[in-house]
Structure formats: structure tokens, C-alpha cells
Design a protein around this ligand. Sequence first.
Ligand code: SF4
Length: 197
Amino acid sequence: MSEATLINIHAVLKTSSVNGPGLRMVVFFQGCSRNCPGCFNPQTHPLDAKTLMTPAEIFNEYYAGGVEGITVSGGEPFSQPAGLERLLESSRARGLSTVVYTGFTHEELLKMPEASVALTFTDALIDGPFEIEKTEKTLLARGSTNQRTIFLTGRYAEADFYMPGKIELIIGKNGIVTGTGFGGIAPFGNIAFHNTP
Ligand code: SF4
């Protein structure tokens, strides 16, 4: 399959230990029209092109090895289903596990032909919109308790997503501190950080 499909990218983390099991490369897609109240990353909402890259270019620029998998988040990854499919397929070809966060439910995705193909390359899907009234401490790597962790292969189990209160703070070259992860932090409750440098 061709890797020529361009993906509109918001940001990429070369490594993270708070966006799914083990050490992972994290790709944040740009663009989401869902507008969940309290969304943790409104910068990813605009559908305008931010950074357009093919899967091969993403790996060439950001893949440093030493990670067990890739996590795709956003934004809404399934708003670019062809690019998502090719990124996940490229990840599998490199022996990486695949985790995808989406605002769609699994049932909704199964009715979308292109999304269904991307799901065949997904090990674990965290589904459903962020619901700010359900942000009590979830213990799992998710933003709100309505979101399900659905295992589409035998690669992972729920215990692999148990990471209560884990966040990473990243100090950018410009001195701006941003965070990523899912932290149950008093007095704020469970907060999903996906702001990236
Ligand atoms: S929480 Fe996710 S699905 Fe909801 S608006 Fe934000 S990026 Fe979109």
C-alpha cells in the first residue's frame, strides 16, 4: 500500500509513557469538529492544514526506535481515515503496537467503511467523546469514564492502561511548559492533557 497519503498533523511526541502502554511515539492529528465541552486540546480543532506529512515522513523525522508502539490521538484521527489507516499499517510493518483515541464510538466507526479498515490495524481503541461531567478519577488512560478501552487484538488488556495520575511535563525550547497524559490531580480531578509543544 502507498504511503503517499498526506496527514494533517498537529504535533508528534517522539516518546511518551503516559499515552498508553509502555514507551510510545504519539501522533496528534489536526482537525476535530466535535467541540466537546471542556476539550483538553482545542488547538487541534481547526480543520485548516497545519503540517502535512506522509507516514514515511513522520517516521523519518520522529521515529527514534526504542518504543513499543504508536498512539494516535487528536483532534479526531478518524476524520482522516485513509491517512490513519496508512500510518497504522506502517507502524505494524515496523513491529509497533497501535493505540488510537477517538471521539466516535466503536459502533459508529464500524458503519464507516474507511474507518473500519483502519480498525483492522488497531490493537486498542479508546472510544467516545470526552464528557466533562464524567471526569472523576478513571484510573485508566482516558479522559472520562464513558470512554471505553476496546481491545481489537490480543496484544493488550485493561491492566496495561492502568496509569492513574500519570502526566508528563515538557519544557519546550521556548521555555513554555506543556503537558500530556491523564492525571487525577487535586483539586482539578481527572484532567486529560494533550497540549504539545
Ligand atoms: S475531546 Fe477529542 S473528540 Fe472532543 S472536541 Fe476535543 S479533540 Fe475532539
